[in-house]
Every structure is written in structure tokens, then in C-alpha cells.
Design a binder for this molecule. Structure first.
Ligand SMILES: [Fe+2]
Length: 291
């Protein structure tokens, strides 16, 4: 068993993952890479191009689809507005788009209501939460969730995640989600607070919160909850925290968008490094590196 395990966390990509990232991560000491999703913005073919780039990674990698993955722009709008008939109609092509996306990703594993071992660490598992999350504790992409997982309500989603926690033999867990859990603040600059519709307050996912709390009640150690979706830059000014520790859990919002940006005149690439020591400690660092 490794003395320490290093995990690279790449937040919402939004078209920013290039050959320099592939080289950097392939040459890194990471045992596992976690992606919070949102490879593209509004065009499926752009998501496929990013996925093909990611397929060149040699490291074990796991991704959860975000709300910009395998949805078309009209479908995304129908989901935001909760236009029930239209969202059902526009979801018809999603299974095909998901297959294309998975194929383009190659060895990068696509998770969703699933548990995965951490390479070299039998005691740690990654529990991947509900795909296509868009916040506000709403079961978005319900037609696809129903088809793919047999889940059509938030209560069913929470129950499935708790069942996964129960079935996982690993004592220590890392949750990977697209959007974070409720319970970390309702202000617009809270870790998963709503800045584009501030009256919505806490924009986290209640099913993820239930699963995290359930894991702790079961005596499991939740090392970290890793997600994105609510970008670091807050609408109207300010930044939300990328990291906080509560009840011993490292909450990580990795969504620094754009993840490639200029700093001191140089182009840097953002990701987060999570180190797990053998005695159960976790350390998170935010890195902005010239690749
Ligand atoms: Fe998102």
C-alpha cells in the first residue's frame, strides 16, 4: 500500500484542456485524476474534441458528466426553465451523445451513481454522485436519469447514493460530484451559493448532502467532497472559497473558470492537488502552473 496517494483534481474544463495538460499530467506523480465535468460550453462537438484530448492521458482518470456534457443548448435552456414537455422531447438524443462522449474519452472512466477504488489504496473509494447536476436540489435531466439509472426523484437519488455508501467496503470515502452539497452557506459568495439568482440561496445538492451525512453516521471517514459547477468568480464581484474543512471533511470547489489564464504575464493552468497520507490525513493545495 502506498504511504501517500496524490490525486489531481481538474475543475470544470469549459474547453480548456490542451496537449500541455496531457504532458504535464502524464509526467506527474498523480495516482488518480478526478474531473468535475463540463468539458464544453454549448456545443457537443467541442466537448468531443476535449474528450479526445483527455483520452491521451496515461493516468487512471475518472469524470462525472456536468450539465454542459451531452446536453444541447436548447435542452440546457429547457432544463434551466424546467419546461417539462420540451425537456423530455429534447432529451431524445442524449443516450447517443453520451455514447459518443464515452467513446471519445477512451480510458477515462465516466462515473455516475458508482463507486471506484483508488489505485493502490484498498481503504479509499471514490463515490461518484448524480451526473448532469445543475444545482438547487432539482433532479435535472430526469428523462436521462430515468433511462440510465432508473431514478426519477431527488429522494430516489439520495437513497441510491446512500446505498452505494453502504455497499462500499472501503472505510474512507471521497465524493466526486459536479455540483457540491447543501449546507455550506446561502450567501452569493458561499462555496455553493447562488450568485446569478441570489434569492435561491444555498444552491448545493441535498441528495449529496444526505449521502455525506449518511456516510458519517455509518462510521465511514469522508476525506473529501470534490465538485465544481459554481465558478470561483462570483457574479458582481468577489470570489467564493475553493477549499474549506468542516467536521474533518475537505470540501473542494475546483471550478476555476477559465482554468487557463494569464498570471504575471505567463499562461498558467489551474488544478488542485489532494494528498492522502497513510494515517488518514488529507491535504489540499491549489496550483496555478506553467505547464
Ligand atoms: Fe456546470
Amino acid at each position: 500500500m502506498n504511504a501517500t496517494t496524490h490525486i489531481g483534481i481538474i475543475g470544470d474544463v469549459h474547453r480548456q484542456f490542451n496537449r500541455h495538460d496531457v504532458t504535464q499530467f502524464n509526467q506527474s506523480d498523480y495516482d488518480l485524476l478526478l474531473f468535475t465535468g463540463d468539458l464544453a460550453n454549448y456545443w457537443h462537438h467541442e466537448g468531443l474534441a476535449v474528450a479526445r484530448q483527455m483520452a491521451r492521458l496515461d493516468k487512471p482518470a475518472l469524470i462525472i458528466p456536468g450539465n454542459h456534457d451531452t446536453l444541447t443548448a436548447p435542452q440546457l435552456l429547457a432544463e434551466i426553465k424546467q419546461w417539462s414537455r420540451l425537456r423530455r422531447w429534447l432529451a431524445w438524443g442524449q443516450p447517443r451523445r453520451l455514447r459518443q462522449w464515452q467513446r471519445a474519452l477512451g480510458r477515462v472512466q465516466v462515473g455516475g451513481y458508482s463507486a471506484h477504488p483508488v489505485p493502490g489504496r484498498e481503504d479509499v473509494a471514490v463515490v461518484v454522485a448524480r451526473p448532469f447536476a445543475m444545482g438547487g436540489s432539482v433532479l435535472h435531466c430526469q428523462p436521462q436519469q430515468q433511462r440510465q439509472f432508473g431514478i426519477s426523484t431527488m429522494a430516489e437519488s439520495a437513497a441510491r447514493l446512500c446505498q452505494l455508501v453502504e455497499q462500499t467496503s472501503s472505510q474512507r470515502l471521497i465524493f466526486l460530484a459536479h455540483n457540491g452539497p447543501t449546507g455550506l452557506g446561502s450567501s452569493r459568495e458561499a462555496m455553493w451559493g447562488n450568485d446569478f439568482w441570489p434569492e435561491a440561496g444555498d444552491f448545493g445538492d441535498s441528495d449529496l448532502r444526505q449521502a455525506v451525512d449518511f456516510a458519517q453516521q455509518q462510521g465511514k471517514t469522508v476525506l473529501a467532497v470534490v465538485a465544481g459547477h459554481m465558478h470561483h468568480h462570483v457574479k458582481g464581484g468577489g470570489q467564493r472559497p475553493w477549499h474549506l474543512v468542516r467536521d474533518g471533511i475537505h470540501y473542494i470547489n475546483a471550478a476555476r473558470v477559465p482554468r487557463i489564464f494569464e498570471m504575471d504575464g505567463r499562461s498558467v493552468h489551474h488544478h488542485i492537488r489532494l494528498t492522502l497520507t497513510n494515517d488518514g490525513m488529507a491535504v489540499a493545495e491549489q496550483l496555478c502552473q506553467v505547464p
